[in-house]
Design a protein. Structure first.
Length: 261
């Protein structure tokens, strides 16, 4: 069986590649395994400031393999649940990774590929990229947290058109609506994501990880609960080494130099 993933360390970034370009980088069990391994490697490697998810060729990810989905129609409801849960597991892993995760989207992100991109902390999109929920064309519904993430980022009417009519959104439109971080020229999304990783590498690692946790908590917490979450996170941060470096640098009007790795 061919290997449908690979990892690459480039400066401060660990890039996890989906290597199935003839299928527009459709998701596969091999990629699931490689993604989870890559996230664990990033967590264990202090020099890695961010993880970048990318697809070989000219497309980020086309989502589920329809031939595999066709075969699963004959299985039991419980077996179908188990298979969908495997996608849910990688979405959870991306969201819970303490290192920032950046999607570098060339060409497009469709179906579960869009779910994966939306699970990331930042999205760098090529100008020609399209974002599509095409499930309805196959008589299916979104999975992998797509409806949750899109409803957090976009107006309901926009998400309804994407999900019910399979209307794509351009990278520019996603940027205007605040759903992507940056739009760049076609062909340079990974390079631009690496530049972002370099910026993150100059920041305080612990504070950035705690900020990611706060952002995740804020999506479901009440206002009062989030005040408590922020209180505790701030109290922790104030007692840390990074705060000493950052506060002293600010008071002396110089750039902070946080300990790396």
């Amino acid at each position: 069986m061919s290997v449908l993933h690979r990892t690459e360390v480039r400066d401060n970034a660990l890039i996890i590649w989906n290597c199935n370009p003839t299928m527009r980088n459709a998701l596969s069990p091999d990629y699931y395994h490689g993604l989870l391994e890559g996230l664990d490697l990033a967590k264990a490697t202090s020099s890695v400031a961010a993880v970048i998810l990318a697809g070989e060729g000219n497309f980020f990810c086309s989502g589920g393999n329809l031939n595999m989905l066709k075969e699963r129609r004959a299985t039991s409801f419980e077996d179908r649940q188990t298979q969908v849960e495997k996608l849910s597991a990688i979405i959870r892993a991306v969201r819970s990774c303490p290192k920032p995760v950046i999607a570098a989207v060339e060409g497009g992100a469709a179906g579960a590929g869009l779910s994966l991109a939306m699970a990331c902390d930042m999205i760098v999109a090529a100008d020609g990229a399209k974002f599509t929920l095409a499930y309805v064309k196959a008589g299916l519904v979104p999975d992998g947290g797509a409806t949750y993430a899109l409803m957090q980022a976009l107006p309901r009417a926009t998400v309804a058109r994407m999900a019910m009519l399979a209307e794509p959104l351009s990278a520019g439109r996603m940027l205007a609506l605040g759903a992507v971080t940056q739009v760049v020229d076609d062909g340079v999304a990974v390079d631009a994501a690496c530049t972002l990783a370099g910026q993150l590498a100059k920041g305080p690692e612990t504070a950035i990880a705690d900020i990611k946790t706060l952002l995740n908590q804020a999506e479901s917490a009440t206002f009062e609960d989030q005040l408590i979450n922020e209180r505790d996170a701030m109290a922790k941060a104030l007692g840390g080494d990074d705060a000493q470096v950052g506060i002293n640098a600010f008071l002396h009007k110089r750039a902070p130099v946080f300990r790396q790795g």
